[in-house]
Design a protein around this ligand. Structure first.
Ligand SMILES: Nc1ncnc2c1ncn2[C@@H]1O[C@H](COP(=O)(O)OP(=O)(O)O)[C@@H](O)[C@H]1O
Ligand SMILES: [Mg+2]
Length: 226
Protein backbone atom coordinates (compact mmCIF):
# COMPACT_ATOMS: atom_id res chain seq x y z
CA UNK A 1 0.00 0.00 0.00
CA UNK A 2 1.28 3.46 -0.85
CA UNK A 3 1.99 5.94 1.90
CA UNK A 4 -0.27 8.86 1.01
CA UNK A 5 -0.17 11.89 3.29
CA UNK A 6 -3.20 13.34 1.49
CA UNK A 7 -5.97 11.32 -0.08
CA UNK A 8 -9.10 12.60 -1.80
CA UNK A 9 -11.94 10.24 -2.71
CA UNK A 10 -14.74 11.07 -5.16
CA UNK A 11 -14.53 14.75 -4.29
CA UNK A 12 -17.20 17.07 -5.63
CA UNK A 13 -17.62 20.77 -5.00
CA UNK A 14 -20.53 22.81 -6.29
CA UNK A 15 -20.87 26.57 -5.97
CA UNK A 16 -24.19 28.40 -6.33
CA UNK A 17 -27.44 26.82 -7.44
CA UNK A 18 -29.94 26.79 -10.29
CA UNK A 19 -28.80 28.87 -13.23
CA UNK A 20 -25.55 29.84 -11.45
CA UNK A 21 -24.57 26.29 -10.41
CA UNK A 22 -20.87 25.63 -11.02
CA UNK A 23 -19.52 22.13 -10.62
CA UNK A 24 -15.91 22.97 -9.76
CA UNK A 25 -14.89 19.41 -8.82
CA UNK A 26 -16.55 16.36 -10.36
CA UNK A 27 -15.62 13.20 -8.50
CA UNK A 28 -11.92 13.84 -8.16
CA UNK A 29 -9.63 11.10 -6.81
CA UNK A 30 -6.09 11.89 -5.71
CA UNK A 31 -3.26 10.50 -3.60
CA UNK A 32 -0.25 12.58 -2.68
CA UNK A 33 2.74 10.55 -1.53
CA UNK A 34 4.37 11.53 1.75
CA UNK A 35 7.59 13.45 1.16
CA UNK A 36 6.81 14.19 -2.49
CA UNK A 37 7.29 17.42 -4.40
CA UNK A 38 3.89 17.58 -6.10
CA UNK A 39 2.89 20.13 -8.73
CA UNK A 40 -0.73 20.61 -9.72
CA UNK A 41 -1.27 22.03 -13.18
CA UNK A 42 -4.26 22.59 -15.43
CA UNK A 43 -6.21 25.27 -17.26
CA UNK A 44 -7.61 28.27 -15.43
CA UNK A 45 -11.05 27.72 -13.92
CA UNK A 46 -10.77 23.93 -13.83
CA UNK A 47 -10.80 23.52 -10.04
CA UNK A 48 -7.18 23.75 -8.84
CA UNK A 49 -7.75 26.40 -6.16
CA UNK A 50 -10.95 24.67 -5.06
CA UNK A 51 -8.97 21.46 -4.63
CA UNK A 52 -6.31 23.26 -2.57
CA UNK A 53 -8.97 24.75 -0.29
CA UNK A 54 -10.52 21.33 0.29
CA UNK A 55 -7.30 19.42 0.92
CA UNK A 56 -6.19 22.22 3.23
CA UNK A 57 -9.45 22.09 5.19
CA UNK A 58 -10.28 25.73 4.42
CA UNK A 59 -13.61 24.66 2.90
CA UNK A 60 -15.78 21.55 2.85
CA UNK A 61 -16.65 19.41 -0.17
CA UNK A 62 -20.20 18.99 -1.44
CA UNK A 63 -19.55 15.24 -1.33
CA UNK A 64 -16.61 12.89 -1.07
CA UNK A 65 -13.83 12.83 1.49
CA UNK A 66 -10.38 14.16 2.23
CA UNK A 67 -7.92 12.33 4.47
CA UNK A 68 -4.86 13.99 5.96
CA UNK A 69 -2.43 11.50 7.43
CA UNK A 70 -5.25 8.95 7.64
CA UNK A 71 -7.72 11.26 9.38
CA UNK A 72 -10.93 12.00 7.51
CA UNK A 73 -11.59 15.72 7.69
CA UNK A 74 -15.29 15.62 6.81
CA UNK A 75 -15.94 13.67 10.00
CA UNK A 76 -14.56 16.49 12.12
CA UNK A 77 -16.36 19.50 13.54
CA UNK A 78 -15.08 22.96 12.66
CA UNK A 79 -12.87 23.28 15.72
CA UNK A 80 -11.29 19.86 15.28
CA UNK A 81 -10.81 20.58 11.59
CA UNK A 82 -9.05 23.86 12.39
CA UNK A 83 -6.82 22.08 14.90
CA UNK A 84 -5.90 19.36 12.40
CA UNK A 85 -5.20 21.98 9.74
CA UNK A 86 -2.98 23.91 12.16
CA UNK A 87 -0.92 20.80 12.97
CA UNK A 88 -0.55 19.41 9.49
CA UNK A 89 -0.67 22.21 6.91
CA UNK A 90 1.32 25.36 6.20
CA UNK A 91 -0.28 27.65 3.62
CA UNK A 92 1.46 30.02 1.22
CA UNK A 93 -0.59 32.19 -1.11
CA UNK A 94 0.18 34.06 -4.31
CA UNK A 95 -0.07 37.48 -2.69
CA UNK A 96 2.11 36.99 0.35
CA UNK A 97 -0.47 38.42 2.81
CA UNK A 98 2.21 39.78 5.13
CA UNK A 99 1.33 42.47 7.64
CA UNK A 100 2.95 45.61 6.22
CA UNK A 101 3.43 47.42 9.51
CA UNK A 102 5.38 44.54 11.07
CA UNK A 103 8.97 43.51 10.38
CA UNK A 104 9.80 40.15 8.80
CA UNK A 105 10.65 38.77 12.25
CA UNK A 106 7.43 40.12 13.77
CA UNK A 107 5.35 38.58 10.98
CA UNK A 108 6.85 35.19 11.81
CA UNK A 109 6.58 35.78 15.60
CA UNK A 110 2.87 36.46 15.19
CA UNK A 111 2.42 33.05 13.53
CA UNK A 112 4.46 31.42 16.30
CA UNK A 113 2.24 33.07 18.89
CA UNK A 114 -0.87 31.78 17.11
CA UNK A 115 0.77 28.34 16.99
CA UNK A 116 1.09 28.41 20.78
CA UNK A 117 4.89 28.68 20.92
CA UNK A 118 5.81 30.19 24.33
CA UNK A 119 6.65 33.90 24.15
CA UNK A 120 10.18 33.39 25.45
CA UNK A 121 10.97 31.21 22.42
CA UNK A 122 9.25 33.23 19.73
CA UNK A 123 12.11 35.61 18.88
CA UNK A 124 14.75 32.90 18.62
CA UNK A 125 12.49 30.59 16.64
CA UNK A 126 11.52 33.42 14.23
CA UNK A 127 15.23 34.05 13.56
CA UNK A 128 15.80 30.35 12.94
CA UNK A 129 12.91 30.17 10.50
CA UNK A 130 14.06 33.27 8.61
CA UNK A 131 17.56 31.80 8.43
CA UNK A 132 16.05 28.60 7.04
CA UNK A 133 14.68 30.56 4.07
CA UNK A 134 17.96 32.50 3.66
CA UNK A 135 16.79 35.78 5.21
CA UNK A 136 18.93 36.00 8.34
CA UNK A 137 19.95 39.54 7.32
CA UNK A 138 16.38 40.76 6.92
CA UNK A 139 14.84 40.21 10.35
CA UNK A 140 14.23 43.91 10.90
CA UNK A 141 13.02 44.77 7.37
CA UNK A 142 9.38 45.52 6.70
CA UNK A 143 7.69 43.85 3.70
CA UNK A 144 7.83 47.11 1.72
CA UNK A 145 11.64 47.04 1.97
CA UNK A 146 11.87 43.50 0.58
CA UNK A 147 11.76 42.16 -2.97
CA UNK A 148 8.87 39.94 -4.06
CA UNK A 149 10.99 36.80 -3.72
CA UNK A 150 12.10 37.84 -0.24
CA UNK A 151 8.52 38.58 0.83
CA UNK A 152 7.42 35.18 -0.37
CA UNK A 153 10.25 33.59 1.60
CA UNK A 154 9.02 35.41 4.73
CA UNK A 155 5.58 33.95 3.98
CA UNK A 156 7.17 30.48 3.76
CA UNK A 157 8.96 31.01 7.09
CA UNK A 158 5.61 32.02 8.58
CA UNK A 159 3.93 28.91 7.17
CA UNK A 160 6.58 26.80 8.91
CA UNK A 161 5.64 28.15 12.36
CA UNK A 162 3.78 24.96 13.36
CA UNK A 163 6.43 22.77 11.76
CA UNK A 164 3.72 21.20 9.57
CA UNK A 165 4.56 18.11 7.48
CA UNK A 166 2.76 19.59 4.44
CA UNK A 167 3.28 22.91 2.66
CA UNK A 168 0.34 23.86 0.45
CA UNK A 169 0.79 26.65 -2.06
CA UNK A 170 -1.49 28.19 -4.65
CA UNK A 171 0.69 29.76 -7.36
CA UNK A 172 3.34 30.94 -4.88
CA UNK A 173 5.52 32.30 -7.68
CA UNK A 174 2.67 33.55 -9.89
CA UNK A 175 3.45 37.12 -8.96
CA UNK A 176 7.25 36.92 -9.20
CA UNK A 177 9.88 37.44 -11.91
CA UNK A 178 12.03 34.48 -12.88
CA UNK A 179 14.96 35.31 -10.56
CA UNK A 180 12.64 35.58 -7.57
CA UNK A 181 10.83 32.42 -8.66
CA UNK A 182 14.17 30.60 -8.61
CA UNK A 183 14.91 31.87 -5.06
CA UNK A 184 11.59 30.54 -3.85
CA UNK A 185 11.95 27.22 -5.69
CA UNK A 186 15.41 26.66 -4.21
CA UNK A 187 13.98 27.11 -0.70
CA UNK A 188 11.05 24.78 -1.42
CA UNK A 189 13.29 22.09 -2.90
CA UNK A 190 15.54 22.23 0.16
CA UNK A 191 12.57 21.98 2.54
CA UNK A 192 11.35 19.00 0.50
CA UNK A 193 14.75 17.28 0.74
CA UNK A 194 14.57 17.83 4.50
CA UNK A 195 11.26 15.95 4.61
CA UNK A 196 8.37 18.33 3.95
CA UNK A 197 5.68 17.28 1.51
CA UNK A 198 5.40 20.22 -0.89
CA UNK A 199 2.23 20.69 -2.94
CA UNK A 200 2.03 23.62 -5.30
CA UNK A 201 -0.28 24.84 -8.01
CA UNK A 202 1.62 26.41 -10.87
CA UNK A 203 1.13 27.76 -14.37
CA UNK A 204 4.82 27.45 -15.13
CA UNK A 205 5.89 24.48 -17.25
CA UNK A 206 9.49 24.97 -16.04
CA UNK A 207 8.42 24.54 -12.42
CA UNK A 208 6.16 21.61 -13.28
CA UNK A 209 9.12 19.93 -15.01
CA UNK A 210 10.95 19.93 -11.65
CA UNK A 211 8.15 18.15 -9.79
CA UNK A 212 8.69 14.58 -8.68
CA UNK A 213 4.92 14.08 -8.87
CA UNK A 214 2.82 15.89 -11.46
CA UNK A 215 -0.98 16.06 -11.18
CA UNK A 216 -3.06 17.40 -14.08
CA UNK A 217 -6.48 18.77 -13.21
CA UNK A 218 -9.06 19.20 -15.98
CA UNK A 219 -12.82 19.73 -15.72
CA UNK A 220 -12.72 19.12 -11.97
CA UNK A 221 -11.03 15.74 -12.24
CA UNK A 222 -7.49 14.41 -12.25
CA UNK A 223 -6.38 13.49 -15.75
CA UNK A 224 -4.78 10.06 -15.91
CA UNK A 225 -1.03 10.16 -16.58
CA UNK A 226 -0.12 9.31 -20.16
N1 LIG B 1 -16.37 30.95 -4.19
C1 LIG B 1 -16.83 30.65 -5.42
N2 LIG B 1 -18.11 30.89 -5.77
C2 LIG B 1 -18.59 30.55 -6.98
N3 LIG B 1 -17.87 29.96 -7.95
C3 LIG B 1 -16.58 29.69 -7.67
C4 LIG B 1 -15.99 30.01 -6.40
N4 LIG B 1 -14.69 29.61 -6.42
C5 LIG B 1 -14.48 29.08 -7.64
N5 LIG B 1 -15.60 29.12 -8.39
C6 LIG B 1 -15.75 28.58 -9.75
O1 LIG B 1 -15.35 27.22 -9.73
C7 LIG B 1 -14.59 26.89 -10.90
C8 LIG B 1 -13.20 26.42 -10.51
O2 LIG B 1 -12.51 27.55 -9.95
P1 LIG B 1 -11.04 27.43 -9.31
O3 LIG B 1 -11.02 26.28 -8.38
O4 LIG B 1 -10.71 28.76 -8.76
O5 LIG B 1 -10.16 27.09 -10.61
P2 LIG B 1 -8.59 27.31 -10.90
O6 LIG B 1 -7.90 27.54 -9.62
O7 LIG B 1 -8.20 26.04 -11.60
O8 LIG B 1 -8.48 28.48 -11.82
C9 LIG B 1 -14.61 28.15 -11.77
O9 LIG B 1 -15.68 28.05 -12.68
C10 LIG B 1 -14.85 29.25 -10.76
O10 LIG B 1 -15.47 30.35 -11.36
MG1 LIG C 1 -6.70 29.15 -8.97
Amino acid sequence: MSDAIIRANRLTKEYGRGATLTRALRGLDLEIPRGSFTCIIGPSGHGKSTLMHLIGGLDRPTSGSVFIDGQEMSRLGSREMAALRARKIGFVFQFFNLLQSLTAAENVEMALMLAGVPEAQQKTRARELLALVGLEEKNAAKPGQLSGGQQQRVAIARALANDPPVLLMDEPTGNLDSAAEEEVMAVLERLNREGKTVILVTHSSEIAARAGNLVRVRDGQVEPAH
